[in-house]
Design a protein. Structure first.
Length: 147
């Protein structure tokens, strides 16, 4: 009976370690996918001088798949008229900021809302920045723009 208990305990520990590794691998996959989307958006930006419209992006680059759990958001300034102001800067009114301080002028954001099992609420990247993990203590609020 003691041997069975010890084997069961060791199995539970091993399974939890494996599941933790699987969750970390999924998170790494999300970060890689975000980088791929980012590169494609910048290629279109180089060709057109502005970020690609999200609907056009999903239709051409992802072969018509609907967005989600990956989302591509474009700031108002891009002329897409998405009604999204990612950075709090009103570019159409001369660039006045809503709040004091130095804010970055964000052109687009790509985010992932997979279930990351406590490792992250979601993962996002801005323009040419690296993937960033958003948790309850460092949420920029980009998930509020996802419909």
């Amino acid at each position: 009976m003691v041997v069975v208990f010890i084997i069961g305990l060791l199995s539970a520990i091993a399974v939890s370690k494996v599941m933790g590794a699987v969750d970390k691998a999924r998170l790494a996959r999300c970060q890689t996918e975000l980088r791929n989307i980012q590169e494609e958006v910048w290629e279109a930006y180089a060709d057109n001088g502005s970020p690609m419209d999200p609907a056009t992006y999903w239709q051409t680059k992802w072969k018509g798949k609907k967005p989600g759990p990956y989302f591509y958001l474009v700031d108002d300034e891009a002329g897409v008229d998405s009604g999204i102001n990612l950075d709090g800067i009103n570019e159409k009114a001369g660039g006045e900021e809503k709040s004091a301080g130095n804010q970055r002028d964000v052109k687009f954001v790509v985010l992932c809302q997979h279930d990351h099992n406590g490792l992250a609420d979601y993962v996002y990247l801005e323009d040419d920045g690296p993937p960033t993990i958003a948790n309850f203590d460092n949420q920029p609020g980009y998930d509020n723009f996802v419909k």
